[in-house]
Design a protein around this ligand. Structure first.
Ligand SMILES: [Zn+2]
Length: 134
């Protein structure tokens, strides 16, 4: 029987698909950072929330938050030390809303302009849904 995967709430997806180091020899090394790991780093180290607050926002236990956060930090450290590319992958996250990415201005938003399917920032139609199989 397949194990059920618990979904973690991610308030907003990362605004990039990955990071690439420069100034080193090309090496094809890559670290996959899940959306929920990105969110854990954002909440704890950017928004400076404590683990209790952060775990509530993500709809998970404090212990689970601590595990995701630890994993995120290790992956980022590994990428820095080994000059690896960081790729963001959906993981076990679910987003608060349906999010879209504008491929022209890179804005992220959750409601296209009504009926027009246009980016609310630059008004182009170059938008794509941010979906769970990246
Ligand atoms: Zn735009």
């Amino acid at each position: 029987m397949p194990r059920r995967r618990r979904l973690r709430k991610v308030v907003a997806p990362p605004g990039f698909k990955g990071y690439k180091p420069y100034g080193h020899k090309e090496n094809n090394r890559m670290v996959e950072l899940n959306y929920e790991e990105y969110e854990a780093i954002k909440l704890a180290d950017y928004d400076i929330l404590n683990h209790e607050e952060a775990s509530k926002l993500m709809g998970i236990s404090r212990a689970t938050f601590a595990r995701i956060y630890e994993s995120a930090r290790r992956k980022i450290a590994k990428a820095l030390v080994e000059s690896s590319e960081i790729k963001t992958v959906f993981g076990n996250a679910h987003l608060d809303n349906d999010w879209f990415l504008c491929t022209s201005c890179h804005a992220r938003f959750n409601q296209p302009e009504s009926n027009t399917n246009a980016c609310p920032i630059c008004k182009t139609n170059n938008i794509e849904p941010i979906i769970n199989n990246d």
